[in-house]
Design a protein around this ligand. Structure first.
Ligand code: HEM
Length: 458
């Protein structure tokens, strides 16, 4: 669907913002509202924030060009790399060019369909274990519970590791500190304060980072000492080689493990939290889900083999990520001057793909702000195949996992976990809303804040 390479250089309009700081303040106050209001200027919007020139693309065909068909013209860019420096995480998420390719090839072996299949039991068992820790009528902090759960699953499946409570808490403290730091100092009001001004949030984050670095070093040393030769990611990194025969350095191993600890659990926990909260407010979808589970699973927990038949479960996960994509925007930068849709973009300009706003664009979605899992389903009754691309919607009107060569390496892992965890939860408990409305904040993911839910065992 890519258009012929345009030669013109039309000028995009956008909000003028304030002198010197552009739209930084609007972004800091409410980034999601800014992404949505910017769309009023058209499909290509120029603005300034954080001392940068940004150009945001709202047309799914332009998103496709940047991420997929012309992805070789773009890199993650200065904005993302500065973020990587600030959060002190490198690894495959931020690597570029040949280095990225080398890392991605090595890591991919932990995400084959067979490997994902072998992780499914851990996903269900750990969900059951979490539920067994709840009592009827108890009010839980859902995001906290689900992030502990997804971290345990990640460690057990990808790293073949039972993270004890203390170690798990250290990783979660780090992720929380990073999220708070990102929300306040990177995308929040702190962005207007010079970086050298000390803050308590920054100090807390620094300590937590040092602590997790030392934990990761310990994990690698323990795995090496054990002489293990499994095919999990921790063993692969601790003892394995790149396809070219070289071995990752200690720093690279540490960075890679931190990348997966970060990218591999908070994202899925965020998606699950929104899915459970949205479901609790929608009787009809809950009934549909229950009837699907009764037909497919009967009186047992779900298994990997059930997934193709759990269409309603999958639709609920997808719809939750449409309304609340865990990563609400992506960024790129052109290597050289180029143009997309007739608009010239030079190196140094940050290309923004405002996923949150595109997922709610009424050109592609009826009732865009409504939670309607049935938009992903075809037909009525028990046999409900999932529709990959309903209507004539462009493919990149929905891209929670990105696209092209740098699409999420954990996509299959995450979708499997989303479906199995949702189905296991829904079979065993009802979750009732205690928190009535969600206050989203942009941290390292689209943070739902405190979401309290009352557990009713079935
Ligand atoms: C619902 C859960 C998840 C969502 C919504 C999500 C979303 C994304 C997105 C949008 C990207 C692309 C970023 C870009 O192009 O700029 C990405 C990349 C990535 N994700 Fe995920 N992710 C999820 C779960 C996971 C899991 C479970 C893992 C690992 C176990 C993971 C590991 C990664 C890594 C390593 C990358 C970087 C890939 C590369 O640059 O080659 N993610 N994710």
């Amino acid at each position: 669907m890519s258009d012929p390479r345009p030669t013109s250089s039309a000028t995009a309009s956008g909000p003028r913002g304030l002198p010197l700081i552009g739209s930084t303040l609007s972004f800091a106050r409410d980034p999601l509202a800014l992404l949505e209001s910017n769309a009023e200027y058209g499909d290509v919007v120029r603005y300034e924030a954080f001392g940068r020139d940004l150009v945001a693309f709202y047309d799914p065909d332009h998103v496709e060009q940047v991420l997929v068909s012309r992805s070789d013209e773009f890199w993650r860019g200065e904005f993302e790399h500065e973020f990587s420096d600030v959060i002190d995480v490198e690894g495959v998420l931020f690597a570029e060019g040949e280095e990225w390719k080398r890392q991605r090839l090595m890591l991919q072996s932990a995400f084959t369909p067979d490997q994902i299949r072998s992780y499914a039991d851990a996903m269900v068992e750990e969900t059951v274990r979490a539920i067994d820790g709840w009592t009827d009528g108890e009010v839980v902090d859902l995001e906290e519970e689900l992030s502990a759960l997804t971290l345990t699953v990640l460690a057990r499946s990808l790293f073949d590791l039972e993270l004890d409570e203390d170690r798990g808490a250290r990783v979660r403290r780090w992720v929380h500190a990073m999220s708070e730091y990102t929300a306040r100092e990177v995308f929040g009001a702190g962005a207007l304060v010079p970086g050298w001004v000390p803050s308590r949030t920054a100090r807390r984050f620094e300590h937590a980072t040092a602590d997790v670095r030392s934990l990761v070093e310990q994990l690698v040393a323990e795995r090496r000492a054990s002489g293990a030769d499994g095919d999990d990611l921790l063993t692969l990194l601790s003892t394995g080689e790149y396809p070219d025969g070289t071995r990752p350095s200690s720093d690279e191993i540490g960075d890679q493990l931190m990348t997966f600890l970060l990218a591999g659990h908070e994202t899925t926990a965020t998606a699950l939290t929104y899915a459970c909260w949205l479901l609790a407010g929608d009787d009809e979808s809950r009934e549909r889900l229950e009837s699907e589970l009764e037909i497919v699973c009967g009186d047992r927990d779900p298994t990997m083999a059930d997934l193709p038949e759990l269409a309603v479960t999958e639709a609920i996960g997808r719809e939750a990520m449409r309304l609340y994509p865990p990563l609400p925007f992506l960024h790129r930068e052109p290597h050289e001057e180029t143009s997309i849709g007739g608009y010239r973009i030079s190196p140094g300009t940050t290309v923004q793909l405002p996923m949150y706003a595109i997922h709610r664009d009424e050109r592609w979605w009826d009732d865009p702000d409504e939670f309607r899992p049935d938009r992903w389903l075809e037909g009525e009754g028990a046999d409900l195949p999932l529709v990959a691309d309903p209507d004539d919607r462009p493919e990149y009107a929905y891209f929670p996992f990105g696209g092209g060569p740098r699409h999420c390496i954990g996509m299959r892992f995450a979708m499997t976990e989303l479906q199995l965890t949702l189905a296991t939860l829904a079979r065993r408990v009802d979750l009732e809303r205690v928190t009535d409305s969600i206050e989203t904040d942009v941290g390292i993911t689209l943070d739902p804040g405190l979401v309290e839910m009352r557990v009713r065992t079935k």
